[in-house]
Design a protein around this ligand. Structure first.
Ligand code: SAM
Length: 218
């Protein structure tokens, strides 16, 4: 998804270096401790946050945790930042950067959970390496995540979901939860679900939402 360029968003991002890290140099260690009130709290990262409905809702709901929105596009980062400032979400930081370098942004064993929500499907097989559930990305998530590490993935795209199940399985991951129709699961599951922008759009057309939770084997 390519958002139309919004000059106000670019300006806002440039005015708030304390909240948004842009194009970090992979060679330079990021001082996360100085960016959060208490960096010893659990850390959760969303890769490809879009306009940030999911991660800002999480940050508001769980003030006892720290969150990072990792997003390629400046306009999207600006929209997330606007919500962060409006809601005073001091437990949310934004990175405008490519997830391909995620293992250089975070120390080994530093994050508790990674979320992938409605990731770009890259359906052509020659683009397989760009899919965020390709094995090279999984290796980077494994490095960043603590212990067995939790990965949560949602999509409306059946092809990407089938591919991801296979890719995670081939990587040796364990599945804790798999759904081919998340929005018709039991209430105790739905009560914990936070909708993303894409999820809202597709679910309101009654398209099935696919979801999985998986961990890395030790
Ligand atoms: N997660 C949001 C949702 O569910 O509504 C947005 C989904 S949108 C289809 C995918 C988002 O991932 C886009 O905003 C895109 O810029 C971002 N993205 C794609 N590849 C990325 C990468 N390698 N690193 C960081 N963000 C990425």
């Amino acid at each position: 998804m390519r958002l139309r360029n919004k000059p106000w968003a670019v300006k806002l991002v440039n005015e708030h270096p304390e909240s948004v890290i842009q194009d970090p140099n992979p060679e330079v260690k990021i001082d996360w401790e100085s960016r959060f009130e208490d960096f010893s709290r659990p850390l959760e990262i969303e890769v490809g946050s879009g306009k940030g409905k999911f991660i800002t809702t999480l940050a508001e709901r769980y003030p006892e945790k720290n969150f990072i929105a990792l997003e390629l596009q400046t306009t999207a980062a600006g929209i997330i930042l606007r919500t962060k400032l409006e809601k005073n979400l001091t437990n949310l930081q934004i990175m405008r950067a490519d997830a391909a370098d995620i293992d250089s942004f975070f120390a080994e064993n530093s994050a508790d959970k990674i979320y992938l929500n409605f990731s770009d499907p890259w359906p052509k097989s020659r683009h397989e390496k760009r899919r965020l559930t390709y094995k090279s990305f999984l290796a980077k998530y494994q490095y960043v995540l603590k212990d067995i590490g939790h990965l949560e993935f949602k999509t409306d795209n059946s092809g990407l979901f089938a591919y991801s199940l296979q890719s995670l399985n081939n990587y040796g991951m364990n599945f804790d939860f798999v759904s081919v129709d998340l929005h018709h699961e039991a209430n105790e599951i739905l009560d914990h679900n936070i909708e993303t922008e894409y999820e809202h759009k597709f679910a309101s057309k009654d398209n099935p939402i696919y979801a999985l939770h998986a961990t890395f084997k030790t």
